[in-house]
Design a protein around this ligand. Structure first.
Ligand code: GLA
Ligand code: ZN
Length: 606
């Protein structure tokens, strides 16, 4: 069976609605609901008082109707009494502002009071429900991702550094602290990368993200180890996005089943975006089945803040996309929307059951697909973090968007792999804009090619080592080229910023990919046509393999000026610049794509 269901928040409704809910769930083929994600203030109304009566009733009701439960620990939202009793456990922003209760995810994972309170409620839930017959899965917390810079975090960061590097001299070396007089005399001098006068040290910021990821992992592991003895699998739901300081490839080793939430940023291309996430989740899961823990029912809440309904039939296509990528569960946020609260307008399943129920009924009779692919794409969240460093040759590189474009160009089936995954057995490996390449990965990529594989690298690959230190020419010998210079491509020249957070100075478009440019009429900077500037981004006539010349304006956000040494140039720009080269290395082949081509399809195939 492929499980079907969603987040269920019965505490937001009176008990007579629960009975209506389970009747509807039965008719809609719901087999699993996630309960309790944000229920802490109901489960523990005061520090010394617990109330499980309502949850007893809900779990019994679900079980009586044959519906399984994914039971969450509620630690993503500590209740108001906790905040009042432990104001020092509230997170502090990089600017030094201590946040207060009023939303969710407001805690410091390094605060001992928060850790104790989290473990206490997890223990209570485990003892009470660990043997409940409805229980199928434990769901620890929700979408880990809060970063804190407080005085609990500072010493914890120093301990992490000491554990990682052993002595401060090594920190100085890998952080290149001789730049701007940042050399540290001892660990006690190190602070979190709080607000400072000008640019922060990128290696410092990178290590703080790694530390934050490990600190949250410690919080997760404490709960997992409380819940595991009950014999039911334990997981947490991964949230994707540039702001998330979680190294999911590392975390994937600690969950019993990989679970991800997926919220595409626009209706346009949403199926391709979902296919990428499915392949990514399967990569984290080492090829095993994984769960789609949340997506929005029959809608996309776009990056521009508008919630758009999917065209008829596309809710099913969305579900099928996850299933084709190996999902063992297709779940939504949420079953029934609350009457109030910050997400009262978020789409919910109940009003859409005529469309969704047939999906659930069909999934109930199926088993997870086993995906076999001979082609892989490398996606590295830490490289994504590195692409957020200040003062890069251009700020316009959106690593995830570029990687997704290559994924789409490759066509299914593709395994999206973290950098540590084995590459043996793949005939083609594509690693777009892989900014940060540790020495061990350099070695593995070389062996992969030497042994007969085809590797595609692009501009922006191998710029730095894992400490953000530049590694000029790191791939030159492998690619048979010399990278002479990095320069921003045409997007930079036009002043169009391609990231979600960017602002276009020329036309005032805030989001180059999904926004609408009133002035220039450009809807999608990558695929559209700019009437005013006359810059064309789309070159259908040049798409075929073997095209010898590219048109101008084709460098996207980046162009590497390269001198081919032993490599063959297979694509030139009209200015005669080499854009794509190929080089035999050992028994294999390395293709280098020097510019941010809007359609890399011809170069994404073996
Ligand atoms: C996340 C959360 C949910 C809800 C949805 C809304 O995925 O886990 O609680 O906030 O987003 O899209
Ligand atoms: Zn903190």
């Amino acid at each position: 069976m492929i499980r079907f269901g969603g987040d269920y928040n019965p505490e937001q409704w009176p008990p007579h609605v629960w009975r209506e809910d389970v009747a509807l769930m039965r008719s809609a083929g719901i087999s699993l609901v996630t309960v309790g994600v944000f229920s802490w203030s109901r489960l523990q109304p005061a520090e010394d008082r617990f109330d499980f009566a309502w949850l007893d009733e809900v779990l019994d009701l679900l079980h009586g109707n044959g519906i399984g439960v994914c039971l969450a620990t509620p630690t993503a939202s500590p209740p108001p009494w906790f905040t009042r009793a432990h104001p020092g456990a509230m997170p502090v922003t990089a600017d030094g502002v201590r946040l207060t209760h009023g939303s969710r995810d407001t805690y410091c994972v390094n605060a001992p009071e928060y850790q104790e309170a989290s473990n206490r409620i997890a223990n209570e839930l485990a003892a009470r429900y660990g043997q409940h017959p409805a229980l199928r899965l434990w769901h620890v917390h929700n979408e880990y991702g809060t970063t804190c810079y407080c005085d609990h975090c500072a010493p914890a960061f120093r301990r992490w550094l000491s554990h990682t590097y052993g002595e401060i001299g090594l920190v100085n070396e890998v952080w290149c602290t001789d730049f701007w007089s940042q050399r540290y005399g001892c660990f006690d001098e190190v602070l979190p990368p709080r607000a400072t006068q000008y640019l922060s040290n990128p290696a410092h910021v990178l290590d703080y993200r790694r530390f934050s990821s490990d600190a949250m992992l410690t919080h997760y592991l404490a709960q997992r180890d409380i819940l595991r003895p009950y014999g039911v699998p334990v997981t947490t739901n991964f949230v994707l996005g540039g702001w998330v300081p979680v190294d999911h490839a590392r975390w994937a080793r600690e969950v019993d089943v990989v679970a991800v939430d997926d919220y595409p940023e626009s209706v346009e291309g949403h199926l391709a975006a979902r296919a990428f996430v499915a392949d990514l989740a399967r990569g984290w899961a080492g090829g095993q089945p994984w769960m789609l823990m949340e997506h929005a029912p029959a809608a996309v809440r776009q990056a521009d803040g508008v919630t758009r309904a999917l065209p008829a039939g596309e809710a099913r296509a969305a579900a099928e996309t996850y299933v084709a990528g190996g999902a063992s569960a297709v779940m939504y946020f949420q079953w029934r929307a609350g009457r109030g609260g910050a997400e009262q307008w978020h789409p919910a399943m109940v009003p859409l059951l005529s469309e969704l129920a047939p999906i659930g009924r069909s999934l109930a009779t199926r088993t997870p697909v086993r995906v076999e692919s001979t082609r892989a794409l490398i996606y590295d969240e830490q490289s994504m973090w590195a692409w957020q460093s200040p003062h890069l040759p251009t700020p316009f590189v959106d690593y995830t968007a570029i990687t997704r474009r290559w994924h789409h160009a490759m066509g299914p089936p593709v395994d999206v792999l973290p950098i540590g995954a084995p590459l043996e057995g793949y005939s083609l490996v594509v690693a777009p804009a892989l900014h940060m390449v540790p020495a061990a990965l350099h070695k593995r990529l070389r062996s992969y090619v030497a042994d007969g594989g085809t590797l595609v690298l692009t501009f922006g690959s191998g710029l730095t080592d894992e400490h953000s230190r530049t590694t000029p020419g790191a791939f030159d010998d492998l690619c048979g080229i010399r990278v002479a210079r990095h320069r921003p491509g045409e997007c930079g020249v036009r002043g169009v910023r391609d990231g979600r957070s960017g602002e276009c100075g020329v036309c005032g478009v805030r989001d180059g990919r999904s926004g609408e440019c009133g002035v220039r009429g450009v809807r999608d900077d990558r695929s559209g046509e700019c009437g005013v500037g006359g810059v064309r981004d789309d070159h259908p006539s040049e798409r075929g393999v073997g095209a010898k010349q590219h048109r101008p304006g084709e460098y996207g956000v980046w162009l590497d000026e390269i001198d081919p040494q032993d490599a063959t140039v297979v694509l030139h720009s009209s200015e005669g610049r080499p854009l794509v080269t190929e080089h035999r290395y050992g028994r294999g082949l390395v293709r280098y794509v020097a510019a941010d081509l809007p359609d890399p399809t011809p170069w994404a195939r073996s």
